[in-house]
Design a protein around this ligand. Structure first.
Ligand SMILES: *Cc1c(COP(=O)(O)O)cnc(C)c1O
Length: 224
């Protein structure tokens, strides 16, 4: 299957309220250009040092999403152009994103990453931490960020029911927050969950953004 065919499969089968993020990490600019020529405009990368040269080399109407763990000292390199950061996992990081957004004279949209998996290695807030964060007065002082929703990664397991439970838990939090009173710079609009191996379950559980790499671009030679 070609990149174009793979993309068409997703674009034809996704519900209208769900967005496809084409995850192009480790893939060369030519592969991204091929997806672009097939109509895809939204791409996700997990490393700043890979994202910046791709941003510079590729068409300027691409929306770049940062989906991987982000270190505070690297925010400045993506602040001028990044469309959405999926991986906010601390207040300190949010403060840095705000600071760099002020410098770049723009508002940066962010998702809060929730730790929903069993594995220790996956980053993210707990539910309680998110609740506290959204209630804090400090958050409202961050004038140049916009919290647009939540993101989570399920456990890497064959146990489909476990994956479903984890996604369902995240959806529940998303809906509760959406129905609650939120600060002016927060609005629950996106629920980013689902990758190549589990996007079907994620869609059934209410995902509004799936982040798909392998199923579009093929296997990666080296992962992460
Ligand atoms: C790599 C990656 C994906 C996509 O993974 P695939 O299995 O290739 O679809 C999604 N989300 C994050 C955070 C990733 O790092």
């Amino acid at each position: 299957m070609s990149i174009k065919n793979n993309l068409q499969f997703f674009l034809q089968n996704l519900p209208p309220d769900c967005q496809l993020i084409a995850v192009s990490k480790t893939k060369p600019a030519e592969a991204i250009q091929e997806a672009y020529d097939a109509g895809q405009r939204v791409f996700g990368e997990n490393k700043v040092q890979e994202l910046v040269p791709k941003y510079e080399a590729l068409p300027k109407d691409i929306q770049w999403h940062l989906i991987g763990h982000l270190q505070s000292n690297k925010v400045k390199y993506i602040a001028p152009f990044v469309h959405l950061i999926h991986s906010i996992d601390s207040f300190k990081l949010l403060e840095e994103v705000n600071k760099q957004a002020v410098k770049a004279d723009r508002t940066i949209a962010c998702l809060l990453q929730l730790h929903i998996a069993e594995e220790e290695t996956k980053f993210g807030f707990s539910e309680d931490e998110v609740t506290d964060l959204l209630a804090s007065a400090e958050l409202q002082k961050l004038t140049n960020i916009h919290i647009a929703g939540l993101m989570g990664m399920a456990t890497f397991t064959e146990d489909l029911e476990q994956i479903r439970r984890e996604f369902r838990g995240l959806r529940g939090l998303y809906e509760r927050l959406k129905a609650s009173s939120l600060p002016p710079n927060v609005m629950m609009r996106h629920l980013s969950m689902g990758m190549s191996s589990d996007y079907r379950i994620a869609l059934e559980e209410g995902s509004t953004m799936i982040r798909v790499g392998t199923a579009i671009f093929g296997d990666r030679k080296y992962d992460q």
